[in-house]
Design a protein around this ligand. Structure first.
Ligand code: ADP
Ligand code: MG
Length: 321
């Protein structure tokens, strides 16, 4: 069991940002309104993720560290109809296998504390703590030197975390995110649903003011987001924030569709800034492709791509008239 957890940890948790992603997704699944992420030394030394979500009762808190103990799936059918972010029940046991974890959680009736050290249960007690969940991770990979070796500098590791939290804030503008590094708050959203405000925090005034909202649908897909006017796109890297049913994804196909739509307007070596969420019946997606859940498989992919292409083309055309 410990070995399985260690192996899975290699896939789910490669670096501090991977842990942050799993924990923040759990907080989102728990309907948190505020999620606070504290990283110390790029998260290599310590990570604390605190939410005001539904919490867990004492039994669930213990169960959470058992492999495939997800509370989010109750039948095989649901495996193909996934509405929540987590569904594999793999994250917490994997994290607990390679670090020291302290979990404090309270479902509003009773609080619990659970502690693991490198796969071993050290403490489980009823414990007085506020409603919601706080998870603290220390000493990542200290017992697995081969993995520890792959970590980069604190500055780099933190930049990966910051990038992730920016993206999550864009996908979940109704959630308040507070990100700090070594005790200093570096990114904070209001949770009032305003995507332009988050673009402002990330890229400044000019980008935020030139963000054009778009929205359209066909019989299967609903797309919604912001396209930044091409004249403002000074970005020399990819700044495309793509989510599917609010789950951040990576897709070369969608990136290319966006590039295609912008191609008539962008100077060479300039790339679009676009925020896009695609809503689709969960029956048409298979997110269960890779444990890190970044990759998805879409039925009717071409139909989706042409909707994105045509919507963006129209949006850009109109904005330039
Ligand atoms: P999954 O998210 O795939 O179900 P995880 O290993 O990430 O698996 O989490 C295991 C379980 O622990 C979840 O199903 C959930 O019941 C519980 N859990 C984890 N984090 C939280 C949280 N922040 N708030 C409430 N419940 C949580
Ligand atoms: Mg999870």
């Amino acid at each position: 069991e410990h070995l399985t957890n260690m192996i899975a940890a290699g896939e789910v948790v490669e670096r501090p940002a991977g842990i942050v992603k799993e924990c923040v997704e759990n907080s989102i699944d728990a309907h948190a309104k505020t999620i606070e992420i504290e990283a110390f030394q790029g998260g290599i030394e310590r990570l604390v993720i605190t939410d005001d979500g539904c919490g867990m009762d004492h039994e669930d808190a213990q169960m959470a560290f058992n492999r495939h103990a997800t509370s989010k799936m109750h039948s095989e059918e649901e495996l193909f109809n996934i509405g929540t972010m987590g569904f594999r029940g793999e994250a917490l046991p994997s994290i607990a296998a390679v670090s020291k974890v302290n979990l404090e959680t309270n479902d509003g009736n009773q609080g619990s504390i659970i502690e693991y050290e490198y796969g071993q249960l050290k403490r489980k007690e009823i414990y007085d703590c506020p409603k919601g969940t706080r998870i603290e991770i220390e000493g990542l990979f200290l017992k697995t030197p081969a993995r520890f070796k792959h970590l980069k500098s604190a500055a780099y590791e933190f930049s990966v975390i910051a990038d992730l939290i920016n993206k999550m804030a864009l996908s979940f503008p109704d959630i308040r995110f507070v990100l700090s590094h070594d005790g200093r708050v570096v990114f904070q959203t209001s949770g009032n649903g305003n995507i332009q405000e988050i673009l402002y925090l990330m890229y400044g005034k000019e980008v935020a003011e030139n963000a054009i909202p778009f929205e359209s649908s066909d019989e299967d897909f609903h797309i919604k987001g912001y396209a930044i006017q091409p004249k403002i796109n000074r970005a020399t890297k990819y700044f495309m924030f793509i989510s599917l049913n609010k789950r951040l994804i990576r897709s070369k196909y969608i990136q290319n569709a966006i590039l295609d739509a912008y191609s008539d307007y962008l100077p060479v070596n300039r790339f679009p800034i676009v925020v896009i969420n695609i809503d689709i019946d969960t029956q048409l997606v298979d997110v269960n492709v890779h444990p890190n859940k970044w990759e998805v498989r879409l039925s009717k992919q071409n139909q989706c791509l042409s909707l994105i292409r045509s919507t963006l083309k129209n949006t850009l055309k109109k904005s330039l008239q």
